[in-house]
Design a protein around this ligand. Sequence first.
Ligand code: TYD
Length: 141
Amino acid sequence: MKNVRQLVFKDITDLKGHLTPVEARKDVPFDIKRVYYITRVAKGERRGFHSHRNLQQVLICVSGTVKILVKTPYGEEVIKLDNPAKGLYIGPMVWREMFDFTEGSALVVLASEHYDEEDYIRDYTLYEKEARIYFTENEEN
Ligand code: TYD
């Protein structure tokens, strides 16, 4: 799927447990300007319902599991994040929804830009219109 890919990080394991390093421009394809995390999501809650115009993000479920729906005008996919050593890269112009957070789950998000509400598209009809133009111009459909 365009502008979406799964990343596999190092999982350094010994008797003490697991350690996963994530370095900017090495393990994720951008400089990290912001980190946020989503925790204590109530059962059955669904989040997201937006796209970003420019922002790139990597989602890492460091505890528990969560499902991510990624969608463009050309297709959609559900990816289950269930491993702290795996990440989901989501580039510009991809609609996303997060759901089925398990109790105690923690979703860490690495972002390429500071928070900017102007970068969000929260209306699906507007998203689809802008996304068709974006993917046509980028010849990525
Ligand atoms: P939002 O991105 O809509 O969350 P989700 O897509 O997971 O449902 O953000 C929820 C609220 O948090 C919204 O009021 C904006 C605010 N927020 C920040 O202030 N800084 C941030 O870095 C993020 C991601 C959100």
